[in-house]
Design a protein around this ligand. Structure first.
Ligand SMILES: CC(C)(COP(=O)(O)OP(=O)(O)OC[C@H]1O[C@@H](n2cnc3c(N)ncnc32)[C@H](O)[C@@H]1OP(=O)(O)O)[C@@H](O)C(=O)NCCC(=O)NCCS
Length: 172
């Protein structure tokens, strides 16, 4: 399988997803620095423009090496968020975020489901993990709706973190 030649553009009922590019830096940095996005995504840390750029470079490398990375999520020609996998060198980790203006309409679930199905069915990933802060109820709910199962709970710096996992056979 030549991953670089595979069409990684994804379409769902309402959304279009395409691998993020260097041109997406302004959108992504602004989104990631939104106070309601960064609260859980970066433990409320302000990240630099350079750090955002590093995430995009990592995604580009990951698409080249593995066929997955971060996708930009579009709704009616408007960019509303991102979804994809972090390349952890071991098991890919599912990650997503939707601009608060669009919360509560099922977009995160729809986008995350598209990349998850692409990962499991097309890329034949044997396992996908996700970790989420326990109080991040919306995100926990998204993972549950995707059929991911909680496999662990730990305290990290005193904050409860839940670990979820899914394998192709357990996909619902
Ligand atoms: C988590 C996030 C992506 C969810 O986006 P979204 O588009 O609103 O998600 P969806 O609409 O697909 O699903 C959210 C679910 O959580 C539920 N939910 C949201 N807040 C809730 C709350 N306080 N209590 C109970 N359920 C809640 C919604 O009802 C919905 O479930 P339902 O469809 O069964 O009703 C969004 O809040 C976000 O971008 N957060 C910041 C970034 C982040 O935390 N990313 C996850 C880390 S990997």
């Amino acid at each position: 399988m030549n991953l670089q030649l595979m069409d990684a553009n994804l379409t769902t009922g309402r959304l279009q997803l395409r691998p993020c590019s260097r041109l997406d830096i302004e959108f992504l940095h602004t989104l990631w620095m939104n106070d309601r996005i960064r609260y859980y995504l970066f433990d409320d840390r302000i990240i630099s423009h350079e750090e955002s750029r590093t995430f995009i470079e990592a995604s580009l490398n990951s698409f080249e090496r593995h066929g997955y990375g971060l996708w930009l999520v579009h709704h009616q020609n408007q960019c509303i968020g991102f979804a994809g996998f972090l390349d952890t060198e071991a098991i890919p980790s599912l990650i997503y975020g939707i601009h608060p203006d669009f919360w509560g309409q099922g977009y995160a679930t729809e986008a995350a489901r598209a990349v998850l199905e692409y990962g499991l069915r097309i890329l034949k990933l044997q396992e996908v993990n996700a970790d989420v802060d326990e109080p991040n109820i919306a995100s926990v709910q998204v993972l549950r709706k995707l059929g991911m199962k909680q496999v662990n709970r730990t305290l990290v710096n005193g904050r409860p973190l839940l670990y979820f996992s899914i394998e192709p056979d357990s996909e619902e």
